[in-house]
Design a protein around this ligand. Structure first.
Ligand SMILES: NC(=O)c1ccc[n+]([C@@H]2O[C@H](COP(=O)([O-])OP(=O)(O)OC[C@H]3O[C@@H](n4cnc5c(N)ncnc54)[C@H](OP(=O)(O)O)[C@@H]3O)[C@@H](O)[C@H]2O)c1
Length: 246
């Protein structure tokens, strides 16, 4: 007798995982965990020497590129794919916070463009470059770190940090939209957004209530969970392994 566990999709042992933001913080925790589970890992971040040092620590590969440069970002993901093959796991854990006083009526075009470019546009470029082959392989998982500050409900878009909140709301919309375009997991391609909650990283600061390991846990689970099409859900926003309203 077969059970849903027998028919569930799982990542292939040893398969390729790409983790952006893998040089530090939450992305580094994800990269370490996927490596420990036996995946081949490539981290992608901005500062070449930090990426190299982290890659050496984790024993993984790395590429360094500034996600504000869309052409260089696309070329980097194309090169990763031609060198390492099609990933089964893509975790997008990079991001920047906007300036503390960046209210809509006070911020400026440069700050708006910087945050949108890194937090939202580069997510599109990464997905648009890497995911067609993942979707065609019918075996792919995309997990994106967004933020509760990007939700349209709860504490989401309630003012302040405008470029950051709006960029994350855009990512949430992109996730939902692409999930529907790919039939909500029915074709073996999963995409989910998650919020790590306030975690102790360079972005979250030393006084945040959660460790980076606690913050990254749901992303690692989403990237590796067994998934039964028609039974399990994708295309959603997750927090502590629970589905929350956008
Ligand atoms: N920490 C929190 O409390 C919290 C809460 C909610 C959501 N999040 C989200 O979780 C994700 C990870 O946050 P974190 O706390 O781990 O951040 P972090 O410690 O500040 O690390 C940021 C990562 O993004 C990379 N990055 C930044 N700008 C880049 C650029 N222009 N090009 C390429 N890579 C770039 C950094 O690379 P370099 O090392 O080379 O600079 C680094 O790997 C972000 O999307 C963030 O918005 C975090």
């Amino acid at each position: 007798m077969s059970s849903s566990t027998d028919t569930a999709m799982k990542p292939t042992p040893g398969s390729l995982a790409i983790v952006t933001g893998g040089s530090r913080g939450l992305g580094k925790v994800v990269a370490l965990a996927l490596k420990a589970q036996g995946h081949r890992v490539v981290i992608v971040s901005k500062d070449p020497s930090r990426a190299a040092a982290t890659a050496q620590e984790i024993s993984c590969d790395f590429r360094a590129v500034d996600f504000e440069d869309f052409d260089a970002t696309r070329k980097t993901f194309e090169e990763i794919q031609s060198t390492f093959g099609v990933p089964e796991i893509l975790v997008l854990a990079h991001g920047v916070m906007s300036d503390r006083l960046s209210k809509t009526l006070r911020t400026n075009t440069e700050e708006w463009r910087r945050v949108m470019a890194i937090n939202l546009d580069s997510v599109f470029v990464a997905i648009n470059t890497i995911c067609p082959a993942m979707a065609e392989a019918r075996n792919g998982r995309v997990v994106i770190f967004t933020a509760c500050l990007g939700r349209m409900s709860g504490p989401g878009n309630t003012g302040g940090l405008a470029p950051y909140r709006v960029s994350k709301a855009g990512v949430n919309a992109l996730v939902r939209n692409l999930a529907h375009e790919t039939n909500l997991g029915a074709r073996g391609f999963l995409i989910d957004a998650m919020c790590p909650n306030h975690s102790r990283t360079d972005m979250g600061g030393p006084d945040a209530p959660r460790s980076a390991e606690e913050g990254a846990e749901t992303a690692i689970w989403l990237a590796t969970r067994p998934f039964t099409p028609g039974e399990d859900k994708t295309g959603l926003f997750w927090e502590d392994r629970q589905i929350v309203e956008w």
